[in-house]
Ligand binder design. Structure first.
Ligand SMILES: Nc1ncnc2c1ncn2[C@@H]1O[C@H](COP(=O)(O)OP(=O)(O)OP(=O)(O)O)[C@@H](O)[C@H]1O
Ligand SMILES: [Mg+2]
Length: 301
């Protein structure tokens, strides 16, 4: 897990952010940015660059390596700090809170604003990158740059999908996005995988979720990563979250993805509530998914 950047965020100074932004800029061109370049990119003199590099290195925001030259790059914590600073400047968030969830590909925190919100930092590419790095210490430029790029792209894709389907689909309300971070409404309730549903509620809850998938389809999107871990259930219904893999309904495999989403979900309910959902006569796919638009799903049934 990446360390919580909030621990050291309050004592970062404006010039530290100049350095981090300069490094971010330099990393577009090479994996390790030479110190001389930093004076130019960060618009700080040599002495200031040295001082800021030490401070940022002590806080785990940058790391160094000597190749043919001494180079520096941002760590994910450094990238978190930059995104957090932008959210704070835009007044999207005012304070940082406790972790809400740590996924394989993201860290989600509570953040304070006019009300509690959720901040999700994407980490796509990072875990893989660490594994690969253990195996061989490559110095290929593009790969390193790519884990920042991959994480940012995932955040952009997720935000775009949320904006496109909200409010027609019950998703966390999207609030802001910067770099690899998304700020959204904080959900209440529990993940479907942990929800204790009465047997009598199972079919009803399944129908509610399928209605959301149908609404998303009408809004032009297929979630494409549907599972009991990506749905929250509370007393007013269900919310579908975690949308970075969503595809447009124009995508050539959209119907296959939709079919797989429905299978995953129905499969989960069948395993968990075999008496209620196991019988093939039980209506598992709602009306909305049973018209011509959803041929693949209907055939599957
Ligand atoms: N808006 C939110 N409000 C409250 N909690 C949230 C919110 N978004 C995500 N979480 C929590 O953070 C966890 C991880 O979020 P999400 O599923 O979006 O990321 P992920 O990278 O897919 O994680 P995983 O790889 O484990 O599926 C969720 O399981 C959930 O508990
Ligand atoms: Mg998830």
């Amino acid at each position: 897990m990446v360390r919580n950047v909030a621990d050291f965020f309050p004592d970062l100074q404006t010039e530290d952010f100049y350095l981090l932004s300069g490094l971010e800029h330099g990393m577009r061109f090479s994996e390790w940015v030479a110190t001389e370049k930093l004076t130019e990119f960060a618009r700080l003199d040599d002495e200031e660059v040295e001082y800021r590099l030490d401070r940022c290195e002590d806080r785990g925001l940058v790391e160094r390596k000597t190749i043919q030259y001494l180079g520096f790059r941002l760590t994910f914590e450094g990238y978190d700090a930059l995104a957090l600073r932008t959210f704070a400047e835009r007044e999207t968030i005012e304070g940082f809170g406790a972790p809400l969830g740590v996924g394989k590909e993201s860290d989600v925190y509570e953040v304070r604003s006019y009300k509690p919100l959720a901040l999700k930092f994407h980490r796509e590419g990072y875990t893989n990158f660490r594994e690969v790095r253990k195996e061989r210490d490559y110095t290929s430029d593009n790969r390193h740059v790519s884990w920042f790029y991959t994480a940012r792209k995932a955040a952009e894709r997720e935000y775009e999908a949320l904006e496109a389907v909200y409010p027609e689909v019950r998703v966390p309300r999207p609030i802001d996005q910067n770099r690899h971070g998304i700020v959204m409404e904080k959900l209440s309730g529990v993940e479907l995988s942990k929800a204790k549903l009465d047997p009598g509620q199972a079919v009803g809850v399944l129908d509610l979720i399928l209605d959301e998938l149908a609404a998303a389809y009408r809004a032009g999107y297929v979630h494409a990563d549907m599972s009991e871990y990506n749905v929250f259930v509370d007393s007013d219904g269900v919310t579908v979250f975690d949308w970075p893999q969503a595809v447009s309904t124009d995508h050539e495999n959209a119907d296959e993805f939709l079919e797989r989403d429905v299978e995953n979900l129905v499969g989960y309910f069948r395993r968990k509530h075999p008496k209620q959902v196991g019988d093939p006569d039980v209506r598992a796919v709602p009306e909305t998914l049973r018209n011509d638009e959803f041929e693949s799903v209907r055939d599957h049934r």
